[in-house]
Design a protein around this ligand. Structure first.
Ligand code: HEM
Length: 136
C-alpha cells in the first residue's frame, strides 16, 4: 500500500473496527489494525478513536519515541480535508501553562501585600506601645 495516498475524512471514518482500524495523528493516517492487540495502553482506547482524529488522545498520553517509531511504521497516507470536515486538532497548548504561572504570580503579589501590611501594623503597634510606656 502506498504511504502517499490521500484519504478523505469519510474514507478514514469507515475504518473503525478492530480488524480494520485507521487513526489520524497530526494529519497523517495510520493503519493500527495489526497493532491493536499489542498496544500497551489497551485496545479499547484505540477502538474509541478508530477512524477519527486521535492527535489529542495520542499526544496527551506523552507517548515515547519508541511509540512514535511504531506509529511511523503504520503510516498509510495523509488526510485530505474537504470543506465541512472537522478542523485539524492542534496539539500545543502553551496558553494553559502561561495562565497558570500568571495566577501563581498574582498570588505571590497578594502574599507580599499581606506580609507588608502585617509588618506595617506590627511596626505601628510597637511605636504605639513605646509611646505609651514613655508617658508613664
Ligand atoms: C497507533 C497509535 C499508537 C501507538 C503506536 C501507541 C503506542 C504505545 C506504546 C508503545 C506505549 C508504551 C509506552 C510508550 O512507549 O510510550 C503506549 C502506551 C499507552 N498508550 Fe498508546 N499508542 C497509540 C495510540 C494511543 C491512543 C490513541 C491512546 C488514547 C488514549 C493511547 C493510550 C495509551 C496509554 C493510556 C498508554 C499507557 C499505558 C500504561 O502505561 O499503562 N495510545 N502506547
Amino acid at each position: 500500500m502506498s504511504a502517499t495516498q490521500e484519504l478523505t475524512f469519510a474514507e478514514i471514518a469507515k475504518h473503525n473496527t478492530k480488524k480494520d482500524l485507521y487513526l489520524i495523528v497530526n494529519e497523517k493516517v495510520y493503519d493500527c489494525s495489526s497493532f491493536v492487540d499489542e498496544h500497551p495502553g489497551g485496545e479499547e482506547v484505540l477502538l474509541d478513536v478508530g477512524g477519527q482524529d486521535s492527535t489529542e488522545a495520542f499526544e496527551d498520553v506523552g507517548h515515547s519515541d519508541e511509540a512514535r517509531e511504531i506509529l511511523e511504521g503504520l503510516l498509510v497516507g495523509t488526510v485530505k480535508r474537504l470543506p465541512g470536515d472537522p478542523a485539524p486538532k492542534s496539539v500545543a497548548t502553551p496558553s494553559t501553562d502561561s495562565s497558570t504561572s500568571t495566577s501563581t504570580s498574582g498570588f505571590g503579589v497578594g502574599l507580599y501585600a499581606v506580609i507588608l501590611l502585617g509588618g506595617a501594623l506590627a511596626y505601628g503597634a510597637y511605636n504605639y506601645l513605646q509611646a505609651q510606656q514613655a508617658q508613664q
